[in-house]
Write a new protein. Structure first.
Length: 548
């Protein structure tokens, strides 16, 4: 389940009273921009319009204080409800005087079987960031990206390694020969437009880029590209670099609007999944209260109160349904994660066995070479061609012409979409899998491969392009194969010369990644003996199964 809501959590050194005053002022201006009448705001419910209500509550005590505003907009019976919540919370003692500010935007569909609409960055979030000196850990959270000069690189690296950082840090670079101000105004600012309140934003000046990449040799960014640095960065550990996705200049210049949407997916998911700070977790549940009715007959007042109570009950039922769905989706994610953990355990065991086998073979061969007096050959550097991996999945698609025995028939947009979600070594695994498939197909067309791709991966014939057999599945489960809807998703395109229907059931697939809701898969169809090709009909997020 991909999160569809927007959430901003920042802190400020302003005290609670001052922050509340700023928040209410910006809220009033936001309501005015939406053509609502914000006069008379007070604790309880305010009718802003026929389709909009605003609930305000506040509380103070030994555990601190909070103020909360929640607006609900239902423009029609079929539009669903947009719920916007603003919370200001005084910090706990360990927060050292900081005040917390939280903004949530979510869509609640009119019907349970409908999918929520994705929330964009609201105007209230931008205005709050402009009015407050908002922070995330050591970093300032702003709506405009800050330029980093060469003498500021050390401070930036310290921010990236800050253990208290909650937000991603998104860093853009300036291509060689481009004016930094012009590049920031025309490219970076439009690219970052969906990240306000979700990430800390920087632009490396050309003078800072070299120093930055020297300090973070395993996590560099350059050439007009953009990199998203997730919390928990370890600059000294090379495998950690796989967690921090890169967007290339080519992807950006192909369409800034589309690139901006892709870039925001990961920060938006993290903001929805990240545990709230303890101060915000301790905020009590909101309980809506009705304002006293105007003077009138007892019957009229009772009818008014009854109507209002029925409305509150409906809102409570809608909120409960949303939370139940959220919990159900989280259970699905947990099940997928546990299943992915089992798969990874099996892959690790296989790789460990192969590693031990390789070590034994190396020791044996070195011993034989020593006996033959070829010490330089036994212990000298290996002169083997290095594999150049694609920088992005978009780049991977562009390089498929290097693999003449493969034909990609899938949806390129779906594959390129992995660039916004790749947090592991998916790209290198996918490319290794394609290299192995290409070599297998060549061998199959030449009559040198016996059996299917899985058998080939288990044999010594894989040669220079090995691929873990544990990541290969040649069949789907019977449950998937016999379910019309699930089987239909795996009916993937091939040329009509391969099948007159233009589609075949591609149950064979490579497990590109696991451990989260995306868990990408590569589905393929072997046709080497006939057409001399393997057809890749899908490379994207895990297709639905009985657990999703």
């Amino acid at each position: 389940m991909e999160p569809r809501g927007y959430r901003m959590v920042v802190s400020t050194e302003s005290d609670y009273v001052a922050t509340c005053a700023i928040a209410e002022r910006e809220l009033v201006e936001w309501l005015k921009s939406k053509r609502y009448d914000p006069s008379g705001l007070d604790d309880g419910r305010t009718e802003l319009a026929a389709h909009a209500t605003l609930d305000r509550d506040s509380e103070s005590g030994r555990n601190g204080a909070h103020s909360r505003w929640r607006m609900r907009e239902t423009r029609s019976a079929t539009s669903g409800t947009w719920q916007s919540t603003l919370v200001v919370r005084s910090g706990l003692p360990e927060d050292k005087g900081r005040t917390w500010v939280q903004v949530d935007i979510e869509h609640q569909p009119a019907r349970a079987d409908e999918f929520p609409t994705r929330a964009n960055t609201p105007g209230i979030a931008r205005s709050l960031l402009d009015a407050l000196e908002a922070r995330d850990g050591q970093a300032d959270v702003t709506t405009a990206p800050a330029f980093i000069e060469a003498d500021e690189v050390d401070d930036l690296v310290e921010e990236l390694c800050d253990a208290n950082r909650r937000m991603p840090v998104v860093i853009a670079t300036v291509p060689y020969g481009k004016n930094p101000d012009d590049w920031s105004r025309t490219v970076v600012e439009p690219l970052f437009r969906n990240l306000h309140g979700l990430a800390v934003l920087y632009v490396l000046t050309p003078g800072a880029q070299t120093s930055f990449n020297t300090a973070l040799e395993y996590h560099p960014v350059f050439g007009g590209g953009v990199r998203t640095y997730l919390p928990g960065l370890d600059p000294a550990w090379k495998p950690d670099s796989q967690r921090h996705p890169v967007m290339s200049r080519r992807t950006i210049e192909a369409g800034v609007h589309r690139a901006a949407s892709i870039l925001a997916v990961l920060p938006q998911r993290l903001s929805s999944r990240h545990l709230l700070p303890p101060a915000l977790l301790n905020v009590s549940l909101q309980r809506m209260r009705l304002r006293p009715s105007p003077a009138g007959t007892d019957i009229a007042q009772l009818r008014s109160e009854n109507t209002a109570l029925v409305s509150l009950l409906g809102e409570a039922e809608q909120a409960e349904a949303a939370r139940v769905k959220e919990i159900t989706d989280l259970y699905v994610e947990l099940g997928n994660a546990e299943r992915g953990s089992d798969e990874l355990r099996g892959e690790n065991e296989e790789l460990y066995d192969k590693f031990q086998e390789s070590q034994r073979l190396i020791r044996f061969l070195r011993a034989r070479l020593e006996e033959a007096g070829q010490f330089a050959t036994a212990y000298g550097p290996v002169d083997a061609p290095a594999i150049t991996y694609p920088e992005t999945f978009a780049d991977l698609l562009d390089r498929l012409n290097e693999l003449p025995f493969l034909a990609f028939t899938g949806n390129a947009k779906t594959t390129r979409g992995l660039d916004s979600q790749s947090v592991d070594n998916w790209l290198s695994v996918a490319w290794d899998g394609l290299l192995a498939l290409n070599r297998f197909t060549q061998a199959s067309a030449d009559g040198q491969a016996a059996g299917d791709f899985l058998s080939w991966c288990k044999s010594e014939a894989s040669g220079d392009f090995p691929f873990p057999a544990a990541k290969v599945a040649m069949r789907e489960s019977d449950t998937v194969a016999k379910n019309g809807r699930l089987r239909g998703e795996r009916m993937l395109p091939v040329p009509k010369t391969v099948d007159p229907n233009g589609k075949v059931f591609m149950q064979a697939h490579l497990k590109i990644g696991g451990g989260n809701t995306v868990a990408p898969r590569l589905h393929f169809y072997e046709d080497g003996p006939r057409s001399g090709k393997v057809y890749v009909g899908y490379l994207g997020p895990h297709l639905r199964n009985t657990l999703t």
